[in-house]
Design a protein around this ligand. Sequence first.
Ligand SMILES: [Zn+2]
Length: 293
Amino acid sequence: MAKYTFQQFQTEYPDDESCLAKLMEINYGGTDIVCPGCKKRASFHPMSKRRAYACQECGHHVYPAAGTIFHKSRTPLTKWFFAMYLMTSTRHGVAAKEIERQLGVTYKCAWRMCHELRKLMASADHDFGGGSTLKGHIEIDETYVGGRRKADEPDNKTVVFGMVERGGKIVAGPIPDVTTYTVEGIINENIVAGSTISTDENRVYHGLRHAYAHGTVNHSEEEWVRGIHHVNTLESHWSLFKRAVKGTHVHISAKHSWKYVSEFSYRRNYRHSHWTMFNLLVQAFALPRLQDA
Ligand SMILES: [Zn+2]
């Protein structure tokens, strides 16, 4: 992976002003813009006492961080940027404990930052509403994460469904159940008709042959590869995910599992460029959010 070094990062974002300038660039396209106040094309300059830019013609203020997580947070912008740098700089992600140590913030604050950034990673990428973007040869598989199995408690593991285009993107997320209805719906929405699909022999996939070139491997018979068909790409993604979860997080509840799954898809999809991964996250951060998920 092309490395975006800490030194490069520090040169680009040495202080809050440079971070705010980045948000200004993302949200307004720079500091030479058409003023929302006087409607003239004007230069905007950063204000010293607030996180705003002012129009040189009329003094109108714009707040490039309005509506972002940062707006409600007392944590300096440089710390948010550094956390984003850390979140995108390792293959396995970073635990709240590490953010706490590196940023010198409380554990509670670190935990909240991780939580918010994970949600941003999910929104920076996309979920199952992707609209037929996967094509070529796609592997599909489901796995179970989180929760604890106890004899006297209902099973609270989450089913995670994944589709990976060989040589391309992964799209993954929790699903309510493993039924033909659920699974076919997601597949039809995300995979271009006529594509090749590999799955195991789960019955829910039996209808796929009507719209796709579908092949299976029989895991219960310990068959892992049949010709071009296998789901090994996805299986290794799942095991990487599970190892990372074990290593960095104590326990994933069903309610939060989608964020971890998305974080991992995001990490995989942009693994070839740390810089891209970081910048997409900054972009997601800069966009005002409509609601809290
Ligand atoms: Zn103006």
